[in-house]
Write a protein that binds this ligand. Structure first.
Ligand code: GLU
Length: 376
């Protein structure tokens, strides 16, 4: 049974494994932690567990909480050093709170702090999968956040929306529920009375992105609708449903799922796990620019050959993940390069039969083999 409505997220047959992302502005108010609200959510998590669903929580709030404790301005987001210090202080309180409230329902909380690279490196990613699987088998509720205190500006998610989608992929979850401070995606700025909530989205198209650019960003967190759509794209590619619902109400899951208030992004197709991981990569080591003919060949399922490459960017190594772009700059695919950037530079525009002579050793069958390539 697959997911086709918001209500299915509460159905263990359709959604045996659910990732719930809780945003900073829900967890932390002007007067500190919104404990009463969180108790209502944790009760819903306990109900979900009791009906047979496995639940993973991705919880924001460390920076906001730590900033309040340390008296830092701008919610702790004034500088990277502030955010890192605030997160270090806030994370202890945050995980303690989850452990306490889940414990009150007889549930065991398990903390994981992840960096972007833990999920970008294939071996570390599989390790996260193994840990999450073991924790869920043992009945625990993983509570995950980005390891903000060690993540640096360039190498971080920065928002827990995409982290939640990547975690869902690693955990092979059925769905992601993003609890936000808006009801979902509107077709224009929600402040506009003519704005209409989109209850279902199939495919995050350019038109859908245009809706979000007019949307909201909440004060505390760093997400906004743009990062939620990026999360939806990662989930979509991995065959995982993703919902954006309003978490500001008490017992928010019941309201959103029973009454069907929110936006449900339905996956189009399920890519093989490895390809989904590759497509969801956020940091790439370089790029290959290709001509129109090569673009058409890729679209038909071919590998990328050197003859169709017109440009190379970055100092990538063999095996690194790279973007494949057209001349206009649109990213067509992600793939793992069979050659390093220097070798690619010697081969571009050259026919495969010339490669052995140019390289002086046995060439590979393609620059990016179709098995190591995912179209976006
Ligand atoms: N990891 C950040 C925190 O715990 C939250 C990121 C976000 O706002 O999504 O404060």
């Amino acid at each position: 049974m697959s997911i086709s409505h918001l209500a299915d997220l509460a159905n263990p047959a359709a959604c045996p494994r659910l990732v719930i992302k809780v945003g900073s502005s829900l967890l932390v108010g002007k007067d500190g932690v919104r404990r009463d609200w969180l108790e209502t959510l944790v009760k819903e998590i306990a109900v979900a567990k009791a009906r047979g669903q496995e639940v993973i929580v991705v919880s924001s709030g460390a920076i906001a909480l730590g900033a309040a404790t340390l008296g830092l301005d701008k919610g702790g987001r004034g500088s990277l050093a502030d955010a890192q210090a605030a997160a270090a202080v806030g994370q202890i309180a945050l995980s303690g709170l989850w452990a306490e409230l889940l414990g009150a329902h007889g549930l065991t909380a398990a903390q994981l702090l992840l960096t972007l690279e833990d999920l970008e490196d294939r071996r570390r990613y599989l390790n996260v999968t193994a840990t999450l699987t073991r924790l869920l088998d043992a009945g625990a509720v993983p509570v995950i956040n980005e390891n903000d205190s060690v993540a640096t500006q360039e190498i971080r998610f920065g928002d827990n929306d995409r982290l939640a989608a990547r975690v869902a992929q690693a955990a092979r979850a059925s769905a992601v529920l993003l609890l936000s401070d808006v009801d979902g995606l509107y077709d224009r700025n929600p402040a506009d009375p003519a704005a209409r909530l989109q209850s279902e989205v199939r495919g995050v198209t350019a038109e859908v992105h245009a809706m979000a650019s007019a949307g909201s960003a909440s004060g505390m967190g760093s997400g906004g609708m743009t990062s939620k759509l990026q999360a939806a794209e990662i989930a979509e590619r991995a065959g995982i449903a993703l919902a954006i619902v309003n978490g500001t109400h008490d017992a928010p899951m019941a309201r959103a799922l029973k009454q069907g208030i929110g936006t449900l992004f339905l996956p189009k197709r399920k890519a093989a796990a490895r390809k989904a991981w590759l497509g969801g990569r956020l940091r790439l080591k370089g790029a290959l620019v290709i001509d129109a003919g090569a673009g058409r060949a890729l679209a038909q399922g071919s590998s990328l050959l050197a003859a169709g490459i017109t440009g190379i960017e970055g100092a990538f190594q063999r095996g690194d993940a790279i973007a494949i772009r057209d001349a206009a700059g649109a990213v067509l695919a992600h793939g793992l390069s069979e050659y390093d950037a220097g070798e690619c530079a010697r081969l571009i525009g050259r026919h495969s039969r010339e490669h052995a002579e140019i390289l002086g050793y046995a060439p590979r069958s393609a620059v990016v083999h179709r098995d190591q390539l995912v179209l976006l």
